[in-house]
Design a protein around this ligand. Structure first.
Ligand code: KIV
Ligand code: ZN
Length: 386
């Protein structure tokens, strides 16, 4: 069966940078962009050209480095923004302008102070202007998650007519539940047909951004907007690593689609982004958290040492880690302790092993984690006849 492509649109450098405290300088953005290209991201949203001269410059410089992925520049549906976006992409090998305007009643009335007809007119003008810089134009209905379906269909028809090739449906405030967003995407996908690609952009205010993205794919979305480590405004955006690994791990469900991501670059990319932004994923964060492939309890350690799949649904190696991590602590058992001793080069008699294990348990009651040096000390101090 021919698999359909799900395009991965990474917005770490734009929406991700909107995380409080995550701003990056141009050199840092270039490093991340180059790594995103290695990761196999299809579209890199490099910034918001009109936001500042620094953002404009960073996009321009990223275009000099990135040659395979498409470089995208964000613009409000405003003439100045679109012209800036177009200029920032002048040297890109593959370029996209992403223009947006809000479509929910609350945003149109209170923020934009525009009527729905004025919003459509502005969206059409924006797409037409963007089209004069590149054929690849994405249009986003900001706050689509709280917009009305008839209006969404009307504005999408108008922007398709004006030349938009990707239609993004952002759940800007992370309000939708997976089932609901899935139904919404299904209806829009049926309406749009093959006139344009449907994209989703999910925020994580209720912790549902990844689930919402996955339900969208099941219902016809073929572009997912996401960020490394789930960085982004407020509670963040959908995490790229979680979406990609969910689709890979559950190929029984997602076997009809594929991405171009080289999953072995996931961990190096995550580390680079956290080193640059100073924002460390929580230890229990799925896929890239420090504990995501760590086992502490004796039962689990014994299980994975006998057969990895007993407690692991993915391989650490698949995301670019060397191997899973057996953490020695008070819940650890004899099997893991013995393995670690052997790795450290100790070959103890049964009697010494029993004594060492007893000492280890006493020490483990006092310390959260037992490191290799603790074991070396324990053997040197306590097991005198080796
Ligand atoms: O969350 C959002 O609606 C956005 C748009 C600019 C796509 O980030
Ligand atoms: Zn967003």
């Amino acid at each position: 069966m021919q698999k359909e492509r799900v395009y991965i649109f990474d917005t770490t450098l734009r929406d991700g940078e909107q995380s409080p405290g995550a701003s990056m300088n141009t050199e840092e953005k270039i490093k991340i962009a180059a790594q995103l290209e290695r990761l196999g991201v299809d579209i890199i949203e490099a910034g918001f050209a009109a936001a500042s001269p620094g953002d404009f410059d960073a996009i321009r410089r990223i275009c000099e480095v990135v040659k395979k992925s498409t470089v995208c520049s964000l613009a409000r549906a405003v003439e100045r923004d679109i012209v800036k976006a177009g200029e920032s992409l002048k040297d890109a090998a593959n370029k996209r302008i992403h223009t947006f305007i809000a479509t929910s009643p609350i945003h149109m009335e209170h923020k934009l102070k525009m009527t729905p007809d004025q919003v459509i007119e502005r969206a059409v003008e924006a797409v037409k202007l963007a089209k004069s810089f590149t054929d690849d134009v994405e249009f986003s209905c900001e706050d689509a998650g709280r917009s009305e379906m008839p209006f969404l269909k009307e504005i999408l028809d108008a922007v398709i007519e004006a030349g938009a090739t990707t239609l993004n449906i952002p759940d800007t405030v992370g309000y939708r539940l997976p089932q609901e967003l899935g139904e919404m995407i299904k209806e829009l996908h049926e309406h749009v047909g093959d006139r344009a690609i449907i994209s989703v952009h999910c925020h994580n205010d209720l912790g549902l951004a990844v689930a919402n993205s996955l339900f969208s794919v099941m219902n016809g979305a073929r572009q997912i907007e996401c960020t490394i480590n789930g960085l982004g405004e407020r509670a963040g955006n959908a995490a790229l690593e979680e979406i990609v690994m969910a689709m890979k791990t559950r190929s029984d469900v997602f076997g009809f689609v594929e991405t171009g991501i080289n999953t072995k670059e996931i961990y190096p990319t995550s580390r680079l982004v956290s080193a640059i932004t100073g924002i460390e994923p929580q230890p229990n964060k799925a896929i890239v958290g420090k504990n995501a492939f760590a086992h502490e309890s004796g039962i689990h350690q014994d299980g994975v040492l006998k057969c990895q799949e007993t407690y692991e649904i993915m391989k650490a190696e698949d995301i670019g880690l060397e191997k899973n991590r057996i953490v020695l602590g008070k819940h650890s058992g004899r099997h893991a302790f013995k393995e670690r001793l052997e790795e450290l080069g100790f070959d103890l008699s049964q009697e010494d092993l029993n004594r060492a294990f007893e000492r280890f348990k006493v020490l483990a009651d006092k310390k959260k984690e037992i490191f290799d040096d603790d074991i070396r000390m324990l053997i040197a101090n306590e097991i005198t006849n080796i």
